[in-house]
Design a protein around this ligand. Structure first.
Ligand SMILES: [Mn+2]
Length: 292
């Protein structure tokens, strides 16, 4: 059965518009309102069961005060014998969700998104995940793969970099590494549109934000102070147990496997990092009848 490319392109284009027009967005930051609820997630990487459970359990239609933060949905394990991977489908579902709940669904730009835009190699088990992704699109849209790819690229470029809550919670895909912190270009968060310099490998502030892996308590504290955050929640680094804390300001969470977690919280309650950790929810704990 062939998939209607016009419809797919239209969904990505509409979702792009919704990202850019997000009523809570200023520059590259989504500022959530007081006393709302937000569910922060980690990388999902096409983990279909967790994604399905999350969407169905969140019941966004019945909970208009509830926000969902999504990032790094693409590049998963569903790779066919022909080397084609179809995580564009999860990205499309997320884009449609943004169109249906524009005030409640918010994205964070992630390094796999940037790699896909640049079409350059992140390797997994000897395969380029970006090539596998493009192969999947080519397979599903034989005559329209270029336009679908373009719509996806533009959608990805419209994703904001961070979400901030009135209680000082800051969410981004990752953080710059320690050695990048002293000279980090914080003006990127107020810039719109971003420039190709912002995305530039190693030196661009977007690249540094979403690729960083090595941070110390001092680096985290310095970044937090600059962006006016009390606590930071990121994804990016795989966590076998679902999460990891560094010092008393950073929580890293992972939503991409069976022990994966998500974090429901209030946007105004003042939390400590220990409190956040105790509030983590495992996807396995979501009843399976919620995933239908
Ligand atoms: Mn990542």
């Amino acid at each position: 059965m062939s998939i209607n490319s016009d419809q797919v392109i239209e969904s990505f284009e509409s979702a792009k518009e919704e990202n850019l027009l997000d009523r809570y967005r200023t520059g590259q930051i989504v500022e959530l309102p007081s006393d709302h609820e937000v569910w922060m997630t980690g990388d999902i990487h096409d983990h279909r069961t967790n994604f399905r459970k999350l969407i169905s359990f969140a019941k966004l239609d019945q909970n208009p005060q509830r926000h969902l933060i999504l990032h790094e949905l693409i590049h998963g394990d569903h790779i066919g014998p022909d080397g084609a991977e179809d995580s564009w489908k999860m990205l499309l579902q997320a884009a449609e969700l943004k169109c249906n709940f524009p005030d409640q669904v918010h994205f964070l730009f992630a390094n796999h998104d940037l790699a896909q835009i640049h079409g350059e190699g992140i390797m997994k088990a000897g395969l380029s995940v970006c090539e596998a992704f493009n192969k999947g699109i080519k397979k599903d849209f034989p005559s329209a793969h270029m336009s679908v790819q373009l719509a996806i690229t533009e959608f990805l470029l419209s994703l904001p970099l961070a979400v901030r809550c009135p209680n000082g919670l800051w969410f981004s895909h990752s953080l710059p590494t320690d050695d990048q912190i002293p000279n980090y270009d914080y003006s990127v968060f107020g810039r719109s549109p971003l420039t190709s310099q912002d995305y530039k490998k190693r030196v661009g502030p977007v690249y540094q934000l979403i690729w960083g892996r090595k941070y110390s308590e001092t680096g985290i504290a310095s970044f937090a102070e600059k962006v006016n955050a009390k606590l930071i929640v990121t994804g990016h680094q795989p966590q076998e147990m679902g999460y990891l804390t560094i010092g008393d300001q950073l929580l890293i969470i992972d939503s991409s496997h069976n022990q994966g977690v998500y974090l429901p919280l209030n946007t105004s309650t003042p939390y400590t990092l220990d409190q956040l950790t105790s509030m983590l929810q495992k996807f396995v704990a979501i009843p399976s009848d919620e995933s239908n």
